[in-house]
Design a protein around this ligand. Structure first.
Ligand code: NAD
Length: 289
């Protein structure tokens, strides 16, 4: 299949390479010449604009930084440029409202489109083991599914347009709340004279058990290998968690959802990132406790 791929950064580079490996003809574009050169090395054909990459494409995949860029690129260089009947897959993490707006514009132009944000980081993008949460019609999902399967281990239909983004931000808001709570519990256990490993042994088989504890423990040397064992390098950067929490708070505001715990987590991560920790894994927030 001829697939245009727009946005070949940390995530998009690996995803585009996996489409090539699956036998697709990938027509790549990024504003960065370095990203384009790397994509060429991975077997993609490269172009000097998104417009050129979309010409003749049967599908368009995008992996871009934010909603304003996604909207700008689709409105100016994809809709009306890609051949009629092409299917569009935006895998970026963006706000629900913009995702729905872009999908409506694509549909008005005679295309099918899904929002398909991912769970999993750069390593999962490179190894083709991402999880995709997909919003869109059943027909659009059916066309997007085999393309997404070439880049991931799980592809889940979350419902109508924008629901992929809704699933992503609700999940990550919960993750931030769990992580902050897990850090608090370990820090208090220590103040009370309880050894971290002993607390882990008890809580990991008790009702406080959660993923942030048993798969991604914020305390070095406790639980399976995680970024805390590597001085909080790698993993899921605080800046990206903060981005997702801001999107969650925006969506809570527009949907009139009450999210007192989410607000608190957003404030904690805002302060932590503001203190110069944007590049550290999000579990490093334990350092503030
Ligand atoms: P990145 O900044 O590494 O990559 C974005 C790429 O888009 C860059 O190469 C940039 O040059 C390109 N770009 C920007 N504007 C463009 C335009 N107008 N036309 C063409 N290319 C353009 O970001 P990333 O880490 O790859 O993240 C991409 C998306 O995936 C974001 O929405 C992010 O929130 C989401 N995400 C990232 C991770 C992660 O661990 N990095 C995990 C899950 C989701």
């Amino acid at each position: 299949m001829k697939i245009a791929f727009i946005g070949l950064g940390n995530m998009g580079a690996g995803m585009a390479a996996n489409l090539v490996k699956a036998g697709h003809e990938v027509r790549a574009f990024d504003l960065s010449p370095d990203a384009l050169e790397a994509a060429q090395g991975n077997g993609c054909a490269t172009f000097t604009s998104a417009k050129e990459a979309c010409e003749g494409a049967e599908a368009v995949v995008s992996m871009l930084p934010n909603g304003a860029i996604v909207k700008g690129v689709y409105e100016a260089e994809v809709i009306g440029v890609a051949p009629a009947g092409a299917v569009f897959l935006d895998c970026s993490t963006i706000d629900v409202a913009t995702a729905r707006e872009v999908i409506l514009a694509a549909e008005a132009g005679g295309y099918e489109m899904v929002d398909a944000p991912v769970s999993g980081g750069i390593a999962a993008a490179a190894s083709g083991t991402l999880t995709f949460m997909v919003g869109g019609t059943g027909s659009a999902f059916g066309r997007a599914q085999p393309i997404l399967e070439a880049m991931g281990k799980a592809v889940i239909h979350a419902g109508d347009a924008g629901n992929g983004q809704a699933a992503k931000i609700c999940n990550n808001m919960l993750l931030a709340i769990h992580m902050a709570g897990t850090c608090e519990a370990f820090a208090m256990a220590e103040k009370l004279g309880l050894d971290a490993q002993t607390f882990y042994d008890i809580s990991s088989v008790s009702s406080g058990q959660n993923w942030s504890m048993t798969s991604y423990c914020p305390v070095p040397g406790v639980g399976p290998q995680s970024p805390s064992d590597n001085d909080y390098a790698g993993g899921f950067a605080t800046a990206l968690m903060l981005k997702d929490l801001r999107l969650a708070m925006e969506a809570a505001g527009t949907s009139d959802a009450k999210t007192p715990m989410g607000e608190q987590a957003a404030k904690l991560y805002e302060d932590f990132a503001g203190a110069g920790n944007e590049g550290l894994d999000f579990s490093a927030i334990i350092k503030t406790l």
